[in-house]
Design a protein around this ligand. Structure first.
Ligand code: FAD
Length: 289
């Protein structure tokens, strides 16, 4: 089933995001995590893909296939194009198709300072147009990424939203946001997207913070703003790891409650492969969806 078909049914869509285990641990190490997450009955689970674009690494495909075929939960496989040629994209997409995967999140991927990007695709919209031009992938649902505070490379939020419109025009049927900690960014972005003629569902990406180092890493990577009340929470509990986890869950639950009250289409939870955190968070929000 295409992810876009989950929307418009009178309730918000709930999805999880997980990442494949590091090269050093076997793929099976993520299966118990998935089994626990599947019990929380999300509408779908998405699986990230390395920006390195190593076609020989099939972990995203294998994990997404396990989610869909063994756990009976709809799966979304991420795919990046920054380091892939058209032929390599076809290889990856054929692998998804053969594994029964029906949904992808089509991304450019981050440009590495150490590796010049390949030249077949410059932007995610070009990847989406290419996939849409291939008849054999017509049954695949395509989602795209979006940035409530603007993408780090964009000259302005307005310019980024105009580029986002190209992505939707190319065929993205749903959008998932980068994480944010201040809902006002999301509301302003959603309004501007609507004015720009973007009418596909937008799921809000929410990350329950579980450690100070995690938040430092994330902020460096994606540039999310940290509101004062969030910084105060981290400062208060940074020396008490268990309390910080509970506080991070409470903060995420508060964000989601407010988003739901404001008619968000979907909530995409960056689980960081932590079923304990996902379980506690879902326990708080499941009746609100
Ligand atoms: P694009 O949509 O191509 O945008 C990139 C930049 O180019 C933006 O600044 C945009 O404004 C600009 N742009 C777009 N089109 C044009 C145009 N026609 N002319 C001029 N400028 C243009 N990364 C991974 O490596 N693996 C993952 O699994 C992964 N999952 C993600 C999931 C989500 C929900 C999100 C939000 C991000 C994810 N990322 C992932 C990170 C993502 O790859 C990076 O943020 C990347 O830098 C941008 O990808 P994009 O698809 O949004 O790019």
């Amino acid at each position: 089933m295409k992810i876009s078909e989950f929307f418009g049914k009178g309730r918000a869509v709930m999805s999880f995001e997980i990442f494949p285990p590091k090269k050093t641990s076997g793929i099976e190490t993520v299966y118990s995590t998935i089994d626990e997450l599947a019990q929380l009955k999300p509408d779908y689970i998405s699986v990230t893909y390395g920006a390195g674009g190593n076609v020989a690494n099939t972990s995203t495909r294998d994990i997404a296939a396990h989610i869909k075929n063994d756990c009976g939960i709809e799966a979304m496989a991420h795919i990046t194009c920054v380091n892939n040629s058209k032929d390599e994209v076809v290889t990856v997409m054929d692998g998804f198709l053969d594994a029964g995967i029906e949904n992808i999140l089509a991304l450019r991927g981050d440009i590495s300072p150490d590796k010049p990007p390949r030249t077949d695709f410059k932007y995610a919209s070009e990847l989406i147009s290419f996939i849409r031009s291939q008849n054999k992938y017509s049954s695949i649902g395509i989602s795209g990424a979006c940035y409530p505070e603007g993408h780090t490379e964009a000259e302005s939020l307005t310019a980024d939203i105009l580029n986002l419109r190209r992505k939707v025009d190319a065929g993205a049927e749903e959008l998932i946001t980068q994480l944010f900690f201040d809902n006002q960014f999301f509301y302003d972005f959603r309004e501007k997207a609507k004015i720009a003629g973007i009418n596909v569902p937008i799921s809000a990406g929410i990350m329950p913070v579980t450690s100070k180092s995690q938040i430092e890493r994330m902020v460096t990577m994606c540039g999310a703003s940290l509101p004062q009340k969030f910084v105060r929470m981290i400062t208060k509990y940074e020396q008490k790891p268990e309390a910080l986890i509970d506080a991070g869950i409470a903060y995420a639950a508060d964000q989601i409650t407010d988003l739901l009250a404001n008619g968000v289409d979907g909530v995409h939870i960056y689980t960081m492969n932590n079923p304990y955190v996902a379980k506690k968070l879902v326990g708080i929000i499941e009746k609100l969806l």
